[in-house]
Write a protein that binds this ligand. Structure first.
Ligand code: NI
Length: 137
C-alpha cells in the first residue's frame, strides 16, 4: 500500500472552479487522483526529454492507394524492428488505413522513427503517444 500524504494548496477560486469542471468532464471523482495524474504526466515529459527509455504508440493514417507507400512503411518498420513491439493495421475505409505501432526504446530513436514514417508521401496524420518505461511513480 502506498503511503499517502495530505497537503494544503492555495489557489485562485476561478482557476479551481475551472479545474473542477475540467476533471468532472474527465470522470474524476476527486481532485487527489486528478492532481496526481497531472504530476505524473509532467514527470514523464521531463524523463523523455532526457532521452530516457519510453514505451508508447505511434499512430499513422495513410491512403493505401499511393504508389509504393505500403512498401516504404514496411521497410521503415523493418529497419527499426528493435524498437517495435507490435503493430496493428486497421482498414478505416475504402482509401484510408490506420496503423498503430507499439514501441519501446530510447525516446529520441522512437521520435526519429515516428518522424520517418510521417515523412512518407501519403501519410496524412501521425501521432506519438509516450509513456515512461522506466520507473513508474
Ligand atoms: Ni488497410
Amino acid at each position: 500500500m502506498l503511503k499517502l500524504k495530505r497537503f494544503g494548496v492555495s489557489i485562485e477560486q476561478a482557476l479551481l472552479e475551472k479545474f473542477d469542471a475540467h476533471i468532472k468532464k474527465k470522470n474524476y471523482t476527486n481532485r487527489s487522483k486528478a492532481i496526481s495524474d497531472l504530476m505524473r504526466k509532467e514527470f514523464v515529459v521531463e524523463e523523455y526529454k532526457k532521452n530516457s527509455s519510453i514505451a508508447g504508440a505511434i499512430t499513422i493514417v495513410f491512403n493505401h492507394h499511393k504508389r509504393d507507400l505500403m512498401d516504404k512503411i514496411t521497410d521503415i518498420q523493418h529497419a527499426s524492428h528493435n524498437l517495435i513491439i507490435s503493430s496493428q493495421h486497421i482498414h478505416l475505409d475504402h482509401d484510408n488505413c490506420l496503423e498503430i505501432i507499439a514501441v519501446k526504446g530510447k525516446y529520441l530513436k522512437v521520435k526519429e522513427l515516428a518522424d520517418k514514417l510521417n515523412s512518407v508521401k501519403g501519410v496524412s496524420h501521425k501521432s506519438l503517444c509516450v509513456s515512461t518505461a522506466e520507473k513508474c511513480i
